[in-house]
Structures are given as structure tokens and as C-alpha cells.
Design a protein around this ligand. Structure first.
Ligand code: RP5
Length: 173
């Protein structure tokens, strides 16, 4: 099922959002909210590099077949999901380190960012900020060719700036 579109016939997903476990949803839900707000059609899957390795490989082929513009992959701990997806597909992978309980996400970050030369993963901040920024980055990639996404992204940026400038703390300065 494709999400992130107004009612009507379902659009083909442009972005894949995957996570290593249902427990990552609290973090990765932030990425889905951003994509939905920007009108970017996406699909969501739970895939694990360790628990469902074959499904991961199948999903990577699917991403190419569907011509997804990128895959946002969130995982925590020994976070091999983004790197393994990148190994299986040329579709750009945006990695989100989910905050782990044991090591506060430092383990997730290092597992995702330290890829060997030849198989890139674009790595974002640990946790909620990383999930949102990965979605904004995915939208920015799409905005290079999709005018509707470009307009929504520009509007989001303007609104964000306005919200800061409208803060009462600036009065009288
Ligand atoms: C990783 O292990 C997942 O991405 C998750 O962040 C972490 C813990 O998974 P659960 O034990 O909560 O399913 O693969």
C-alpha cells in the first residue's frame, strides 16, 4: 500500500521507508509524517538484516523495479540494515541511526556511517532529528525534478523560518 497521497487512485511510491523492527516505529514515524505533509508517496516495511536477510535482498530488487528514488532505512544497535540494502541495490540509501537503550544510539550511528569505500550510505543524526531530516532530504532529491514537491518543500522552509521570527522573544530587539 502506498501512503502520503491525498484520496484518489493510489500513486506509485517514490520513497521506501524500512526499519529493522516494529520497535523503531516511534522514531521512524517522524519520517512518515514529513513525507505525508510534503505529499510524497511512500511505502513502509519492517525488514531486518539479521532476522529476515532474504526478505531484505528481495526488497532491494523491488526498490529497483519500482524505481524508488531512495530508501530511508532506520535501525538500532548493530544497525546493518542500511548498509546491507546499499550492498544489494544502487537505489540511494539514507540511513537513520535509531537510539538504542544500551549505548544511546552511538552503536547505531557507527554501524551505519562507517561503510567501506564503494558502498555509500548517507547517514543522518541519531533518533527523531535524523528520521525527519532523512525524509526532508528524500523530498529535496525529488524536488529536483518534481515541481509539486519543490513548492511544498519551499513552503515548509518558509513556514519554519517564520515560526522562529514570530517568537515573542525577539520583540524589542
Ligand atoms: C535492530 O535491533 C532494530 O532496528 C532495533 O532498533 C533493535 C532492537 O530490535 P527489537 O529487539 O526491539 O525488535 O535490529
Amino acid at each position: 500500500m502506498t501512503h502520503g497521497q491525498p484520496a484518489g487512485p493510489p500513486a506509485a511510491p517514490r520513497v521506501g521507508v524500512v526499519m529493522g523492527s516494529r520497535s523503531d516505529f516511534e522514531t521512524m514515524g517522524g519520517a512518515l509524517d514529513v513525507l505525508r505533509d510534503l505529499g510524497v508517496a511512500y511505502e513502509v516495511r519492517v525488514l531486518s538484516a539479521h532476522r529476515t536477510p532474504q526478505l531484505l535482498a528481495t526488497y532491494a530488487s523491488r526498490a529497483e523495479r519500482l524505481n524508488l528514488s531512495c530508501i530511508i532505512a532506520g535501525a538500532g544497535g548493530a544497525a546493518h540494515l542500511p548498509g546491507m540494502l546499499a550492498a544489494f541495490t544502487r537505489v540511494p540509501v539514507l540511513g537513520v541511526p535509531v537510539q538504542s537503550r544500551a549505548l544511546s544510539g552511538q552503536d547505531s550511528l557507527l554501524s551505519i556511517v562507517q561503510m567501506p569505500a564503494g558502498i555509500p550510505v548517507a547517514t543522518f543524526a541519531i533518533g527523531a532529528a535524523g528520521a525527519k531530516n532523512a525524509a526532508l532530504f528524500a523530498a529535496a532529491l525529488l524536488a529536483t525534478t518534481d515541481e509539486r514537491v519543490r513548492e511544498r518543500l519551499n513552503a515548509f522552509r518558509q513556514q519554519q523560518t517564520r515560526a522562529v521570527l514570530d517568537e515573542p522573544f525577539f520583540e524589542g530587539h
